[in-house]
Design a protein around this ligand. Sequence first.
Ligand code: NAP
Length: 558
Amino acid sequence: MTFVITRPCCNDASCVSVCPVNCIHPTPEEPEFATAEMLYIDPETCIDCGACVDACPVDAIFPDDELAEQDEPYLRLNADYYRDHDVEAGVPQLVRAPKLPDDEVHVAVVGAGPAAFYAAEELIRHPSVRVDVFDRLPTPYGLVRAGVAPDHAKTKRVERTFASAARKKNFRYYLGVEVGRDISHDELVDRYHAVLYASGASADKRLGIDGESLPGSVAATDFVAWYNGHPDHADDVYDLSADRAVVIGNGNVALDVAQILLTDPDELAATDVAAHALEALRASSIREVVVLGRRSIADGAYTNSEFLSMGLIDGVDVVIDEADLRLSPRLAKQVADDSVDSTIGSKIRLAREYAENGEGGNRRRVVFRYLTAPTAILGEERVSGVRVVRNVFDSASDRVVPSGESVEIDAGLVIRSIGYRGIAVEGLPFDDDTGVVPNEAGRVLGDDGAPVPGHYVAGWLKRGASGGIGTNRFCGQETAGALVDDVIAGVLPTPGSSREEVPELLAARGVHVVDADGWAAIDRAEREAGRAIGSPRRKIVTIAGLREAAVSAHPSDS
Ligand code: NAP
């Protein structure tokens, strides 16, 4: 028997270090780890001990004889990885935290998403480090709460890891506090030895084509925030009255969006989807979502596990036209001589299987189109469609280039899902081209290229908007490690005032701080409201409502 890693895998490698036979790869020591879609168990080496099951924060690992039917393809996905990867490689090292001096070190962390938590978790291993976490929302967990699709309940279980870090006595929450508005960057610098920004990448990238700003052309970043109940988007309204939507881009966010648009609302009702979104989706007329990829089936930006899951949506056909299965000449040769990379090979295989299976007669469908790039979003008053050009392979470079063939796809909604982008943070340098803060291993670099003492970044603001939740574990740990090294090297600046002044400063400005008890009260209120309607939580979607729920923890704050 072997254990098998399935869809919720968060890549945080908690399982890797507990495996006694090193059968889970890639390990963080292997170069592939940075780009791996998920982790894989080698069926030949697994000794069936189950240590990984207990360590997995998102309950993604099962023995092969207990796999649910929809998870059976993961047996092959796990095994296929070992067709071209070496199981002997990358033995994980146990890294002990270096000993810090006894003097307290005060760190402000800005943002309360995965990268912030993984960095904070690493820092609070040192009893002398005190971490204060600031987030502009009254709720923690960043994109785990406001980005991960509502039906990915297992993925959200990583919150348990974060909650246990937040219970440590050298961790303090300042939720509902916006750095740059309620307290400035300079005020933090003056009160902490170090400030670590993990505030993410919340803006959307732009296509730069005609019609992009028409009503009905929307950014996936906004749409995702809307169905996840982000307070900034609770009042957004989407017109779902057409029968077709087009999603531009085919990353995991595009697939999440397509899935939400097509899933039976009765199924969504059992998730933590925002109530306003559920109501709108119940009235939706959308029956077809076209997902546009500008490159080939081998280059889908989605992960194989998310692509697989599209075939499991009840009542939805996955449609791929045979004409869209073309590969570049170089790749076609690799497939023919069986030398193609295992992950890419799985992408090709899954797309071909969908194309072969054809339509199943369901009322709703998701159509994956490849080698198809948008050139204009069409419409007068609002969106009526998308003009696309067929791409072909350039024989010299093997890359895609536009052909002369252009067609129009009618659609009442166009969702641009071409990636997230960081936005500049007051007080920090910013690279506008890449949308990240220039840094070296998380140390912020000034205009002279030298580290700015006491300034750090982690997560998407540090490395750009790529990677799943677990990718942030190593990113956050790297930054925390740099900070700890700087403590040991004695290069952190000494703050001019004390972090103990922060509560008073915020109170004087009338800021309603939500602390750990306040968040616990919100969490309780949401779960209780959810229980009443058969969902894990009913999210409170306004800042006022969240504050009100938090106040029940401290009635004197009202
Ligand atoms: P992404 O993975 O970077 O995908 C962006 C997509 O947009 C790609 O298909 C890209 O095509 C396309 N694109 C970019 N510019 C374009 C243009 N001008 N015209 C047409 N297409 C264009 O971004 P994402 O989907 O927003 O995801 C961000 C990160 O979050 C990813 O690492 C993703 O895996 C992660 N995430 C993970 C999950 C999960 O694990 N379930 C869920 C959500 C997000 P090219 O590939 O050709 O550039």
